[in-house]
Design a protein around this ligand. Structure first.
Ligand SMILES: Cc1ncc(COP(=O)(O)O)c(C=O)c1O
Length: 329
């Protein structure tokens, strides 16, 4: 990859996000914890609906869908899926129809209400098995093709090699922001929440592409490290191949099993820290990704040797507000 023309610049992109997202110091949180520096990459402020990190893959997925002349964007997820809401909104503004295969009970789920408000058709899988979504997405895309409609099918989370390109570009965005930073605050570690794996995979591919050798702590919230690790590396490889950039070193990623009490349920300490971030920095954290990742970042900040740490705030604002409304935080 040449420095002047990064691989992602050659791919079709449908702009959604307001970039770069800010990179800020959490001074008040640092003071409350008695440690630091803690940098926060504010993808919660990404500027497209409440899409958070998922606006980034959607720019490239929607760009490809439009270039291929697709009429229907087919994907899916669960009742709490930020990706479903973001995909529905992105499809709407890009001029595509959207169909979402949804596991679990969609009734009363705010993210799915947002998707429906954007005009998406919700199709329940009729069960709680998450993998059924990807099977139904593929089947529905075939059905649409058989009826003469052009579909663009994407698995849960938008996690494909192409979707990961959004975060490869984000790594270059971060690299540019770090050059302006006081060297003492340069992060020794990036802490990032992992669900389906596409975002962290893209980040790793992008760090390798721009030659930024900062280790990444991936906080896995839904799968054990032995399962998610190979998946992230495979997606990172696919992304790097697509971009013609170096394949990231597997050792750059350390994985933390943060499944805790269950998917979407934070532990007591994670909740307390999420409340501390709300009270010191005014940041809203969901209990699926944000509270877990922030808590892992705090553990490292307080660890030996201590910080400096960059925590990637990936959004999750709708579930964060829902949690607060339920009165559990
Ligand atoms: C708020 C938030 N953070 C992090 C993630 C994890 O991203 P990925 O699924 O690409 O691993 C997601 C996934 O939906 C998310 O919604």
């Amino acid at each position: 990859m040449s420095a002047s023309t990064p691989g992602w610049a050659a791919l079709p992109r449908f702009p959604l996000a307001v970039l770069p997202t800010p990179l800020v110091r959490a001074h008040r949180l640092e003071a409350a914890l008695g440690c630091g520096p803690l940098l926060v990459k504010r993808d919660d402020l990404i500027g497209f609906g409440v899409a958070g990190n998922k606006a980034r893959p959607l720019e490239y997925l929607m760009g490809a869908a439009r270039e291929q002349g697709a009429e229907v964007f087919v994907t899916g997820g669960g009742p709490g899926s930020n990706f479903c809401a973001a995909a529905a909104q992105a499809a709407r503004v890009a001029g595509l129809e959207c169909e979402l295969m949804v596991w679990g009970d969609p009734a009363g789920a705010p993210n799915l209400a947002l998707a429906a408000a954007a005009g998406a058709r919700l199709v329940p899988t009729g069960g709680e098995v998450r993998e059924a979504v990807d099977e139904m997405v593929a089947a529905r895309a075939e059905e649409l093709a058989a009826s003469g409609r052009r579909a663009f099918a994407v698995p849960r989370g938008g996690s494909t090699g192409l979707g990961a390109v959004g975060f490869a570009a984000a790594a270059a965005e971060l690299a540019a922001q770090l050059t302006d930073l006081n060297p003492a605050a340069r992060p020794a570690l990036i802490v990032f929440p992992i669900g389906s794996g596409g975002s962290s995979a893209g980040l790793l591919a992008g760090l390798a592409a721009v030659g930024l050798d900062i280790p990444v702590l991936g906080v896995s919230v839904s799968r054990p490290p032995a399962e998610i690790g190979p998946r992230v590396h495979e997606l990172a490889r696919a992304c790097a191949q697509l971009l013609g950039t170096p394949v990231p070193r597997p050792e750059q990623l350390e994985l933390l099993d943060a499944r805790g009490p269950g998917f979407g349920v934070a532990s007591q300490i994670e909740r307390e820290r999420a409340r501390l971030v709300l009270h010191t920095e005014g940041l809203l954290l969901d209990e699926t990704y944000g509270a877990e990742a922030l808590s892992a970042a705090v553990d490292r900040l307080l660890g030996d040797p201590p910080g400096p740490v960059l925590w990637w705030h990936t959004g999750g604002l709708i579930p964060a507000v829902s949690t607060i409304m339920k009165g559990t935080r």
